[in-house]
Design a protein around this ligand. Structure first.
Ligand SMILES: Nc1ncnc2c1ncn2[C@@H]1O[C@H](COP(=O)(O)OP(=O)(O)OP(=O)(O)O)[C@@H](O)[C@H]1O
Length: 363
């Protein structure tokens, strides 16, 4: 991570029944950081603490090493694009952007507005009324207004929520490029997993007012730290079982099956783990099993097959299990034909150890 620019230290806030609980988060200079969480998890509230709209009830916000917790919003030099953009409908595009300059005029102000209109590609919109702009155009005007103060950081609250799916993807790329070109730190909030993955360099996951995980995006998407993060990221196949000593590490017995992991876990403790859907292999009956797969092999039947265009989803029931299905397996579409997968077929599946994610607290 580049040198820290934003640091939130042990921040607490209570708003009615909702609380932000002991938030610790840092974001490097020039980093594009995405705060991810479901609706109502407290993302906007946390952003408003950074902006200085809410005083915290304990803890501090540092910008560039300075404690800004007692500074007013306008003293923090943060550009803000609110969720609905909050553009002024009675002013045209250019006047909206100039508003960001707090009424300053003169050659410097003209130069800033010209540059922002150039960078954002909105020169042609300068005299247009806000009411006649598309969602994407409004978003660029809101961004230009936020950038007019030459901030050190920009906070973007769900900037694509009112833009249709197709346009969104193009804007993800365009907006990130613009912000990187300007070279400022971005703090962006969303509940959209694809948006977070496409735009963020580092991510933080906020669930019910608590920060569960913060780090490089691959680490979060590939190794969620808690089962709540995993569930939010659409992970399936989450189980809890009891740990037992095993010659290769630990055997975890769930009520339906056992897995073996190399980590040593105190015998008798409960461990929660997940088996990644895309890492479960369907075994060919005639092939000898690779040793790496031999510990974690299960027999059963296919309960259903969903051939989606991008992948094939197979629901698998372990022999003798009382559940309708135990595992969801995600395969590339061509494997459906190769393995001749259909409802009711008896199959064996296996997974190697790296596809088993042990969650924090499994000691
Ligand atoms: N001023 C307030 N007084 C009392 N409760 C509040 C206040 N502001 C927000 N809340 C509550 O705090 C919780 C978090 O709200 P917040 O807007 O931060 O969530 P969010 O994660 O940004 O959600 P969304 O994605 O829907 O915008 C919600 O339950 C909300 O009702």
């Amino acid at each position: 991570m580049s040198p820290t620019f934003l640091q939130i230290a042990s921040l607490n806030l209570a708003l009615g029944k909702f609380c932000l609980k002991d938030i610790n988060l840092s974001c490097g200079r020039g980093e594009y950081h995405v705060l991810l969480g479901p609706t109502g998890s407290g993302k906007s509230t946390l952003m408003k603490c950074i902006l200085g709209f809410y005083p915290s009830h304990g803890g501090a916000v540092f910008l560039n090493g300075q404690d800004v917790s007692r500074r007013r919003p306008e003293e923090r030099r943060i550009g803000y694009v609110p969720q609905n953009y909050s553009l002024f409908p009675h002013l045209d595009v250019e006047k909206n952007i100039r508003f960001g300059l707090h009424g300053a005029g003169g050659a410097d102000a003209d130069r800033i507005v010209d540059r922002l209109c150039d960078i954002l590609g909105i020169n042609g919109l300068r005299s247009r009324a806000i009411a006649n702009l598309s969602g994407g155009e409004r978003q660029k005007v809101a961004l230009a207004r936020a950038l007019a103060i030459a901030p050190d950081m920009v906070c973007l609250d769900e900037p694509f929520s009112s833009i249709d799916e197709g346009a969104k993807r193009l804007l993800w790329v365009e907006m990130k490029k613009i912000i990187q070109e300007i070279g400022i730190t971005a703090f962006h909030i969303t509940h959209n997993l694809e948006e977070a993955y496409s735009m963020g360099e580092r991510l933080s996951v906020l669930l019910d007012g608590k920060l569960h995980q913060s780090g490089p995006k691959q680490a979060i998407f590939e190794r969620p730290a808690t089962c709540d993060v995993a569930r939010f990221l659409n992970y399936r196949n989450i189980f809890t079982g009891t740990a037992h000593t095993h010659s290769d590490g630990t055997r975890i017995d769930t009520d339906r099956f056992s897995v073996v992991v190399s980590k040593k876990i105190t015998p008798g403790t409960r461990a929660t783990f997940c088996v990644r859907q895309q890492d479960i292999k369907i075994l060919k009956p005639d092939k000898t099993l690779k040793p790496a797969l031999s510990h974690n092999r299960l027999s059963g039947r296919i309960v259903s097959v969903f051939p989606f265009p991008e992948y094939c989803m197979v629901c698998f029931q372990i022999s003798g299990s009382p559940q309708i299905h135990d595992l969801e397996i995600k395969l590339p579409p061509y494997l459906r034909e190769r393995h001749d997968l259909y409802e009711g077929k008896e199959i064996s599946v296996a997974f190697w150890e790296p596809s088993i994610i042990l969650f924090d607290g499994s000691n």
